[in-house]
Design a binder for this molecule. Structure first.
Ligand SMILES: [Zn+2]
Length: 109
């Protein structure tokens, strides 16, 4: 991929997004509204700066209503069959169910 002048800005945006996501996850325990705001802001930054969020972060948004999904709080997580390496996540807000594939082992690059 060609490097452009905006790379430093993107790097910074990604950093801000990560901070927002992790604080959204922390806030989720106490305030869903605040968590939502942080998550929304993170998404806005990503769109405005056209950065691609981390895979894990992207999984935190409902594919349909685009809202922040708080694992175990406003979503239902269901593990598939015994050997299935996927879980099903249901967004409580819009009822959309989607599958998340789990990696068998964590691979560090
Ligand atoms: Zn939804």
């Amino acid at each position: 991929m060609a490097l452009m002048a905006g790379d430093a800005a993107k790097e910074l945006a990604l950093e801000r997004i990560r901070i927002l996501i992790s604080s959204a996850l922390k806030l989720a325990r106490t305030s869903e509204i605040f968590a939502d705001k942080q998550a929304h802001l993170a998404k806005k930054i990503a769109m405005r700066t056209r950065v691609r969020m981390d895979y894990d972060a992207r999984q935190l948004y409902c594919k349909k209503c685009k809202k922040f999904i708080i694992p175990g709080k406003n979503s239902r997580v269901r593990v598939g069959g015994t050997n299935t390496k996927s879980i099903r996540i249901t967004c409580i807000r819009c009822g959309h169910t989607y599958r998340k594939i789990l990696q068998g082992s964590k691979v560090h690059e």
